[in-house]
Design a protein around this ligand. Structure first.
Ligand SMILES: NC(=O)c1ccc[n+]([C@@H]2O[C@H](COP(=O)([O-])OP(=O)(O)OC[C@H]3O[C@@H](n4cnc5c(N)ncnc54)[C@H](OP(=O)(O)O)[C@@H]3O)[C@@H](O)[C@H]2O)c1
Length: 332
């Protein structure tokens, strides 16, 4: 159980940071994808208010990192911030970014893997992997593993994977991870697969490294730049699935503000009670219950985690595949 059972879908990231300020103070934390307008930015902004020793903002665009830094410093002028460029579309960039982070933070308390893309058209990463799988899962898997020595050098290390209810759209496509080179590509299933993989990443780390707390989560539905790849048809499909004709959300559907969208990540990163629940998946600031998906209700039931996403043997199998893809072994 999470420490604060009253935190819910309306809780803001700042309220969580206020509650766990002592867990943030003097810690070194990395947040990936902190571009202004997104929930990574709001996560970082709230963390900065609680005197971390060092807060590292890692992203692919130095202009956006500088803008995030300037905004955070307006809010908290004393914040100690460092910026690292890292493009999840390239494993070489992940390696150089990890090196820069490791140098800045020989002891790293918390790594928040927030950055991702959603429902883009078919393409491949610099290394030839389907882009959503490569960006949303494989690159954070590699980044985390490269930073494990720094994380394990701290008393109570934590890794967070911002996943999504989207994981309920697809299990891992074990026999066709890359959609037959794009021939069978479906942008929702691809996003779903990548987000299932990030839940499995936390499960695998929890099994392999008992000292580490690894948590994944769904942040909620929040209007951000994540929607940038949606086509007009994608938008129409989403609107009819989640909204009534008069523009109000359908029963059970709730859209969060950006401050509300940062809260579950902050619980995952700093709630001390979650040390007992490594491998857990959170939604609306609480540990999610397990519920199988159905074609009709998969994405509407955002408070549940799919059984296939927390399967330990699947997590182990994916780990082996990831080692082969990245060309590097990280078994403990
Ligand atoms: N918003 C929602 O409703 C929702 C729902 C479920 C899950 N999520 C998850 O929440 C997380 C944050 O999303 P968001 O809604 O805040 O979206 P966002 O505003 O688009 O933020 C995504 C961040 O990821 C970064 N990013 C994308 N591709 C990258 C790459 N190749 N290398 C490095 N950074 C990259 C983006 O950088 P640029 O600015 O440079 O593109 C941006 O900083 C994601 O993991 C997303 O899947 C969001």
């Amino acid at each position: 159980m999470a420490s604060n059972t009253t935190f819910n879908r309306e809780t803001t990231g700042q309220e969580v940071a206020d509650a766990y300020g002592n867990e943030i103070k003097d810690r070194t934390v990395v947040v990936t994808g902190p571009s202004p307008g997104g929930i990574g930015y709001e996560t970082a902004r709230a963390i900065a208010t609680k005197s971390p020793k060092l807060l590292i903002l890692a992203g692919r665009d130095m202009n956006k990192l500088e803008a995030a830094k300037a905004d955070i410093l307006k809010d908290t002028p004393s914040a100690n911030l460092a910026l690292v460029t890292l493009d999840l579309n390239s494993l070489a960039s992940v390696r150089s970014g990890a090196k820069a982070i490791a140098e800045a933070a020989p002891k790293l308390d918390v790594l928040i893997n927030n950055a991702a893309i959603m429902m883009c058209p078919y393409s491949t990463t610099e290394d030839g992997f389907e882009t959503q799988f490569g960006t949303n899962y494989l690159a954070p898997w590699l980044l985390t593993n490269l930073l494990l020595p720094n994380l394990l050098a701290t008393p109570s290390p934590r890794v967070v994977f911002v996943s999504s209810v989207g994981h309920r759209a697809s299990d891992i496509r074990w026999d066709d991870l890359d959609f037959s080179g794009g021939k069978t590509y479906h942008n929702v299933l691809s996003y779903g697969q990548s987000k299932t993989a990030s839940v499995l990443n936390a499960v695998a780390l929890a099994e392999k490294y008992p000292k580490l707390t690894a948590i994944s989560l769904h942040p909620g539905g929040i209007m951000t730049n994540l929607m940038r790849h949606l086509t007009e048809d994608d938008m129409k499909g989403m609107v009819s699935r989640f909204m009534n004709e008069d523009g109000t959300p359908k029963a059970g559907v709730f859209f969060k503000t950006i401050p509300q969208g940062a809260s579950t990540t902050l619980v995952a990163a700093f709630d001390p009670a979650l040390k007992e629940h490594s491998g857990a998946y959170l939604a609306d600031c609480q540990i999610a219950q397990v519920k199988a998906t159905t074609a009709e209700s998969s994405l509407e039931e955002a408070q549940f985690v799919a059984p296939y996403a927390i399967d330990k043997s699947a997590a182990d199998r994916l780990w082996g595949i990831s080692e082969d893809m990245a060309g590097q072994k990280f078994s403990s």
